[in-house]
Design a protein around this ligand. Structure first.
Ligand code: PAF
Length: 290
């Protein structure tokens, strides 16, 4: 496992790899790697000659009062996790290498896709994500990049950006990885107290119930969302930010009747911890939306 610290160094390595005809997979992360990240790394290792994992807690995607300072960091653990899942390189730059003095260029996906769901309460978040991801794509010269479906809106924003800007990279979406008890894996789960973690299981349980209802023929999205809300509200520590349904990946808001592939996404706070989770459902019997 080689640790690369600067954009110039990574760019030189990537140029050499490409000149040797090797394909490059990039797994962008903020570190503190868990099984979800490892599933992305494994997928990349399967599909590419070389896998680069970036580990960078990107300051431009955090808002005032968010957890930039406290975000968990452990490079030694990340090295082992990345190597065991099949990565060859970790790119771990310092903020001043990514955003040197005088830095002034940002990538902003300005359609409604960044204004709904998490975009409502985290203004500027997706601008920071789009900017750093663009930089990582350019520096690594990757053929493919791997993103988890847990951050469904992030995935949709990146797909939009890659399409809008004709970026020469394939985006590979990867399924959500869950703990045995259903909690979607996230580096932020470490913030939860035992009581909060116990109650946070209501998120995946509510989404699982929704999936079951759809499989059983339920198509009333408002009822499905009401049931999710009721299930989560049964956890006294849960503070629901949103439970919404929209098309995926366009994120066009969908309500009423379930007639096509729909993302049901939610964000819920437990104390200081903000958790997100989602499912993508399709009606059992497909109709054409009027
Ligand atoms: O999903 C994340 O960990 C981050 O938003 C990403 C994509 C690595 C950009 O900083």
């Amino acid at each position: 496992m080689q640790i690369i610290k600067t954009p110039a160094e990574l760019n030189a390595v990537s140029k050499k790899l490409r000149s040797e005809g090797k394909t490059i997979g990039l797994v962008p992360t903020m570190g503190y790697l868990h099984e979800g990240h490892k599933s992305l790394i494994r997928k990349s290792a399967e599909q590419n000659d070389v896998t680069i994992v970036s580990v960078f807690v990107n300051p431009t995607q955090f808002g005032p009062g968010e957890d930039l300072e406290t975000y968990p960091r452990d490079l030694e653990r990340d090295k082992q996790a990345a190597a065991s899942a099949g990565a060859e390189y970790i790119f771990q730059p310092e903020p001043e290498d990514m955003y040197p003095d005088g830095y002034g260029t940002f990538v902003s996906v300005d359609s409604d896709i960044t204004k709904i769901l998490c975009g409502k309460t985290r203004p500027g978040h997706f601008r920071g994500v789009a900017t750093v991801v663009t930089k990582l794509f350019n520096i690594s010269m990757a053929d493919r990049a791997y993103f988890g479906q847990k951050d469904a809106q992030q995935l949709a924003v990146i797909m939009r950006m890659v399409s809008d800007l004709n970026m020469n990279i394939e985006i590979v979406p990867c399924p959500i990885v869950r703990e045995k008890d259903g909690l979607a894996m996230s580096s932020r789960n470490t913030y939860l107290s035992a009581e909060e973690r116990g109650q946070a299981l209501s998120l995946s349980a509510a989404l699982k119930d929704a999936e079951k209802a759809v499989k059983g023929g339920e198509t009333d999205l408002e009822k499905i969302k009401r049931n999710i809300r009721a299930r989560i509200s049964g956890s006294p520590l849960a503070d629901i930010e949103y439970i919404e349904s929209c098309a995926f990946p366009s994120l066009e808001p969908y309500g009423g009747k379930l007639v096509e592939k729909t993302l049901i996404a939610l964000a819920v706070r437990f104390g200081k911890t903000r958790l997100i989770d989602n499912i993508i459902v399709e009606p059992e019997n497909r109709e054409v939306r009027a």
